[in-house]
Design a protein around this ligand. Structure first.
Ligand code: FRU
Length: 301
């Protein structure tokens, strides 16, 4: 395995407080859940976990906290051998999410509490030795800093001639984050954001985003839940890739992050074509939801 297979994941890590409930609780009721646990969450953080479970080498780059409550996250990153050597630290309490899993519908409801937790900056990003990586994955957030970080990767790539792939997880704030897309090789647009734009299927969403771009460079991928996912390559060829039906739905938290990791892994490690990588990502996402957490994804290896 060459060094250039290491993936750098840039984004957030948060504490997920998960409760498992027979059904979604009634407002203002007082009830006991069936079970519960805490785990490390956050989009880029989950992508790191699933990549590592699939067998990839990963470095996470996000704001870490010195607060006591954050120790479980640091311990988990260390245990899983996910690098954090470039991460800045703050004394602020870490962000967390209250997650309600409802067994009757299979839904996962996330209430995110961020408390103005600082995000990594382009200045922090300068300390990273990009020559160690084959892929840099970004969350589309904090666009004023993220655009500079992506630009730094693009500049490094053209200066050094290294192959370094850039992907973007595009889940929120469409107008604000749109200009990040043009600099990337792959953009994964979430179904939630596509629906907010009024796009009713993966194809409409891929074509809609492509129309809004200026340079039309990236391949666009749009996962569409139990319908699978669509992908549009940079020559504007569109394909729908059907879903894998999960034999049971246990935990849908992080299914999108698992899709993202599956896509990166299949492209970088297995050298799959765009549609084959999307197909593998569908398989990872559908396997993810058959059990809690992410460790069982190792069965796909
Ligand atoms: C799932 C997730 C959770 C986290 C939230 C952050 O996709 O990454 O782990 O609480 O989303 O937005």
């Amino acid at each position: 395995m060459s060094l250039k297979k290491t993936v750098l994941c840039v984004g957030c890590t948060v504490i997920d407080f998960v409760t498992i409930n027979a059904s979604f609780p009634e407002e203002d009721s007082d009830r006991r859940c069936l079970d519960g646990y805490w785990q490390r969450g956050g989009n880029a953080s989950n992508v790191s976990t699933v990549l590592q479970v699939l067998g990839a080498r990963v470095e996470f780059f996000g704001m870490l906290s010195r607060a006591d409550g954050f120790r479980v996250l640091l311990e988990d990153l260390r245990k899983r051998d996910i690098g954090v050597r470039y991460c800045p630290q703050t004394d602020k309490d870490p962000p967390f999410s209250s997650v309600i899993l409802a067994q009757d519908t299979g839904s996962r409801t996330i209430v995110h509490c961020n408390k103005n937790y600082p995000y990594v900056t382009a200045e922090d990003f300068k300390r990273i030795d990009l020559s160690a990586f084959g892929w840099v994955h970004f969350e589309a957030r904090c666009p004023t800093e993220t655009i500079k970080m992506i630009q730094a990767v693009v500049d490094y790539r053209s200066k050094c001639g290294d192959e370094l792939i850039i992907s973007l997880d595009f889940e929120t704030l469409y107008e604000e984050n749109l200009n990040l897309c043009d600099l990337c090789d792959y953009v994964v647009l979430s179904k939630d954001l596509a629906l907010k734009k009024g796009w009713k299927a993966a194809q409409e969403a891929c074509l809609g985003l492509e129309r809004d771009l200026i340079q039309h460079r990236p391949a666009i991928i749009c996962p569409w839940g139990s319908d699978g996912a669509g992908c549009l390559d940079s020559n504007k060829n569109y394909r729908d890739m059907g879903a894998y039906k999960a034999n049971k739905i246990v935990d849908t938290l992080g299914a999108g992050d698992s899709f993202m990791a599956g896509f990166i892994y299949a492209t970088l490690y297995r050298l799959y074509s765009l549609s084959d990588a999307v197909d593998f990502a569908n398989q990872v996402a559908s396997h993810k939801i058959t059990n809690f957490g992410y460790d069982h994804i190792t069965e796909l290896k």
